[in-house]
Design a binder for this molecule. Structure first.
Ligand SMILES: Nc1ncnc2c1ncn2[C@@H]1O[C@H](COP(=O)(O)OP(=O)(O)O)[C@@H](O)[C@H]1O
Length: 859
């Protein structure tokens, strides 16, 4: 059967409608004409009646006139009768003509009265006719308006007709194409026939070949026994290979055990030597009382001599003297160990005593663009606060410098006050005043810089994304260093973060170290190599950096555009320590695919580059104390999680029919890095699998924001899905607590905090194996990973199938093994994601760098 195209059906329908409309119109037109005829007749009758009325009125007037005349005649007759009565008493009679006339008049009068009566009746009829005419009039106007409507319809249908003819035209074209295709098809069919023919020929040939093979086989029968032997040999070799592999595996296993054993022995030995060291230190800390006073005096004189000979500084001499006065065991042992050596060796041994920093002595200053929770865009804010607090807990002096944005959450800053001091800093050829504010955030001392620059740099209602970000943050970097030098600070570590404060490193070495701010080592952390803040080289001059000197391939010049500078590259080249936020990401960015153009720079500075996994602030992210939740809960009692799930469903208007329906959450910035297509896919796949889905996120990329707004509208009142396109920390906490699973399908992820926060709140992460996700989430079904580390679901390829596999496995476990799931939730909640271990790694880096610097200064 010939298949009709949909538009062909439309054409038929339209044609039919048009014909019916035309017929209707015709009918109405003839009705209208008939009515018009009737109206004309009535109008004529009306005119006739008017005429009759006019004649009747004239006749009436005539009758009245005659009646008047009659009356007059009567009166005259009476008057005459009075005068002639006596004479003609018996013979009185009216003249004949007069009485005749009177009779005629009477009959005329009567007939006129009858006429009048008839006319009155006619008049009544005419009134009725009038009413009918009015009715007809009304009918006429109604018909005219429907006629107008029909005219409009006609016009519309005429338009349709023109469309129709266009469609017909297109249809004709299509028919032509179809015909063309048909001929092609015919050709193809012919070719296929030919091919079939060739195939048949081939088959015949094949048969011949088979026959030939059969005969060859027959001829080869005698070879069979030797082939069997060969086969047997192969089998044996296979077995041998399997045995070999098994042997290798068991070797590896044994090796693994040996390794474990060796590790624990090493650990034991380390602990032992630490203990020994400790007891030795303790012994050294005790004053040495068994050395003669001469010994101590000799040491004092020796130190003084070094000072006078300018071999050591006054400060160092002071510290060494103090040790001698206290008869410190360290200096005693140091001297005994090197007294035979040359003088400069003794000096450096002594100086090492006073330079070896104790961890509690470090003064660390973070210069950053974010601090959670008052000025947070993403993970950077969390790192500055989390790492700062952990370092503070370890006994370091930690201070933070930040721009004073207008859009900060001021209510979360304690004791905010403006200092009665102004710091002037250089920019664009002149000095600008900066107002300095202080306050504490989460117990950390913070300096906020408010520039009095006409550009109103931090008065923009947002943290980033301004056209002059390069200017805003290069200004801030310089002002921060100015604050340090004017406040007379002598930090051990200046730690800057991301491209916004990477300017600090070159500014420090080129301008501030020569000015006397030279106590510090520079640490630079890049939280995401995607954002490099490159700009035309000339813009670097505004903050006082020497463009000519710095725009070189081995310095700040961008690796792919020679007329541009790259602040991240500057941070790498000019810092003593360079870190990023996870070991896997540190590996990834050293490759051409992952390095965003900076892999070569990172490789040539590889010695100082390391990846340290971020932690999370476990005080701030704690379901047992989180007041934003409906119910607080902990790993010991996860029932509260179910109650939060119920409450969130109610709050968002999702179905609560089935408490066992898995709830999947996604909390993210909607940027390509986060795998936007997989997030969208996750929504639909979750619904297909019978789950519920909540997305909390917003996008700085307008087309992505619009796309998700459309999806959000579609699901506005869906019982199983809700999309909330905003930034809302309290809601984020609620979602972490309520969700059973959290999806993070990132294309790349430097570290990622959401997976750690999710686990802290007992939500199982489903993640792509990249960057920090690869360092913190280990697949539940992967038995190459020790059981105790398995905590989520992972997939490798950034496509829908791979994601489906992970999501489906998660749903399977959730639905079919509730006990397993309950234990998994408890396990992930107990994992230590605190900053403690990461902070100790940073501490170690700081300490080593400071020690190296001090040793180098003395040499
Ligand atoms: N729409 C949102 N509302 C509230 N918090 C959000 C939102 N989007 C992301 N977050 C939070 O921002 C942080 C994201 O950090 P991270 O995973 O390192 O990603 P990134 O820094 O790349 O955005 C987490 O603390 C997460 O809870």
């Amino acid at each position: 059967m010939l298949k009709k195209f949909p538009f062909e059906i439309d054409i038929h329908l339209l044609n039919h409608a048009r014909i019916t409309a035309l017929e209707d119109l015709e009918k109405i037109r003839s009705e209208k004409e008939a009515l018009q005829g009737k109206m004309n007749v009535l109008e004529m009758k009306l005119a006739e009646t008017d005429e009759k009325l006019r004649v009747a009125a004239q006749q009436k007037m005539h009758v009245e006139l005659l009646e008047d005349q009659l009356e007059q005649l009567r009166n005259e007759l009476l008057a005459r009768g009075d005068n002639e009565g006596s004479m003609h008493d018996k013979h009185v009679s009216l003249p004949f003509s007069l009485s005749e006339e009177l009779d005629v008049l009477r009959t005329e009068n009567l007939s006129l009265k009858n006429d009048l009566q008839a006319l009155k009746a006619d008049l009544g009829d005419i009134k009725g006719t009038d009413e009918r005419v009015q009715m007809l009039e009304r009918e006429k106007s109604f018909l005219e308006s429907s006629l107008k409507g029909l005219d409009n319809k006609l016009a519309a249908s005429q338009e349709d007709v023109s469309k129709l003819s266009m469609l017909k035209f297109e249809c004709k074209n299509l028919y032509e194409k179809v015909e063309h295709l048909q001929t092609l098809l015919d050709k193809a069919a012919k070719q296929a026939d030919q091919a079939i023919f060739v195939l048949q020929e081939n088959q015949e040939l094949r048969k011949k070949v088979d026959k030939l093979e059969e005969s060859v086989e027959e001829a080869n029968v005698y070879k069979l026994s030797s082939e069997r032997l060969q086969h047997y040999n192969d089998l044996m070799q296979q077995k041998l290979r399997i045995l070999d592999e098994r042997l290798q595996k068991s070797d590896e296993e044994i090796h693994g055990y040996v390794q474990l054993y060796q590790d624990s022995v090493k650990e034991f030995q380390d602990t032992l030597s630490n203990l020994k060291e400790e007891s030795k230190r303790r012994a050294e800390d005790e004053p040495v009382n068994d050395m003669p006073w001469e010994f101590w005096s000799q040491l004092l004189l020796m130190i003084d001599a070094w000072l006078l000979e300018k071999k050591i500084s006054t400060d160092d001499a002071g510290l060494l003297r103090e040790m001698v006065w206290k008869r410190d065991g360290h200096i005693c042992n140091a001297y005994m160990s090197c007294k035979e050596k040359k003088q400069h060796e003794i000096i450096s041994t002594f100086l090492r005593l006073i330079s070896s920093p104790k961890s509690s002595e470090l003064h660390v200053i973070h210069i950053a663009a974010e601090i959670a929770p008052v000025a947070k865009v993403g993970g950077l804010g969390d790192v500055v606060t989390g790492l700062g607090k952990a370092l503070q807990r370890r006994g370091h002096l930690v201070e933070i410098i930040l721009p004073k944005y207008d859009c900060m959450q001021y209510e979360l800053i304690r004791d905010l006050r403006a200092l009665d001091a102004v710091v002037e800093s250089y920019f664009d050829g002149r000095l600008h005043k900066n107002k300095i504010w202080t306050g504490t955030v989460e117990g950390l001392p913070v300096y906020f810089i408010e520039p009095h620059h006409p550009g109103n740099f931090f008065w923009r209602g947002q943290f980033y994304g301004e056209h002059d970000d390069f200017k805003r943050f290069s200004f801030f970097s310089r002002a921060a260093l100015e604050l340090l030098i004017q406040a007379g600070k002598k930090p051990d570590i200046i730690h800057c973060h991301d491209w916004q404060t990477a300017f600090v490193a070159p500014l420090y070495w080129d301008i501030y170290a020569p000015k006397g701010l030279n106590s510090a080592r520079l640490c630079f952390t890049c939280h995401n190599f995607e954002y490099q803040g490159t700009a035309p080289a000339s813009e670097l001059a505004s903050c006082g950096l020497d463009v000519h000197h710095l725009n070189r391939p081995d310095r700040i010049q961008d690796n792919s555009a020679h007329d541009r500078v790259n602040p991240i590259k500057g941070g790498i080249v000019f810092s003593n320590i360079v870190t990023t936020v996870s070991p896997t990401y540190a590996q990834e960015v050293r490759t051409a695919e992952g390095g965003r153009g900076l892999h070569a720079t990172l490789n040539s500075h590889a010695k100082k580059f390391v990846g340290i996994l971020n932690g999370i602030d476990t005080d701030a992210w704690n379901p047992a104390r989180d007041t934003f939740l409906k119910v607080q809960y902990s790993a010991f009692d996860t029932q509260g999680k179910t109650e939060n799930k119920e409450a969130l469903r109610r709050k968002l208007g999702l179905s609560s029919a089935n408490i066992g329906q898995p709830l999947v959450g996604c909390i993210t910035r909607l940027v390509p890095q986060k795998g936007v297509h997989l997030i969208r896919h996750a929504l639909y796949r979750t619904l297909e699998l019978g789950g519920q889905f909540i997305l909390l996120g917003s996008s700085p990329v307008s087309h992505i924001q619009r796309e998700f707004e459309d999806i959000a509208n579609q699901f506005q009142s869906h019982e199983n899905a809700r999309l909330l396109l905003k930034y809302d920390e309290s809601l984020a906490r609620f979602i972490y607590a309520a969700s059973d699973m959290v999806v993070i399908p990132s294309i790349f992820e430097p570290c990622g905090l959401t997976q750690m926060i999710a686990m802290r709140y007992g939500s199982i992460p489903i993640v792509r194996k990249t960057g920090g996700l690869n360092d913190s989430v280990f697949d539940v079904d992967d038995d190459t990973i020790p059981e105790e580390f398995r905590n989520g679901f992972t997939f490798l390829t950034a496509d829908e199938q791979a994601f489906n596999n992970a999501l489906e496995r998660a749903f399977f476990h959730y639905k079919n093994n509730s006990e397993f799931w309950r234990k998994l939730v408890q396990k992930v909640m107990r994992i230590d994601f605190s900053w403690d271990s990461s902070a100790s790694l940073y501490e170690e880096l700081y300490e080593k760098s400071v020690a190296r610097a001090r040793a180098a200064n003395r040499a």
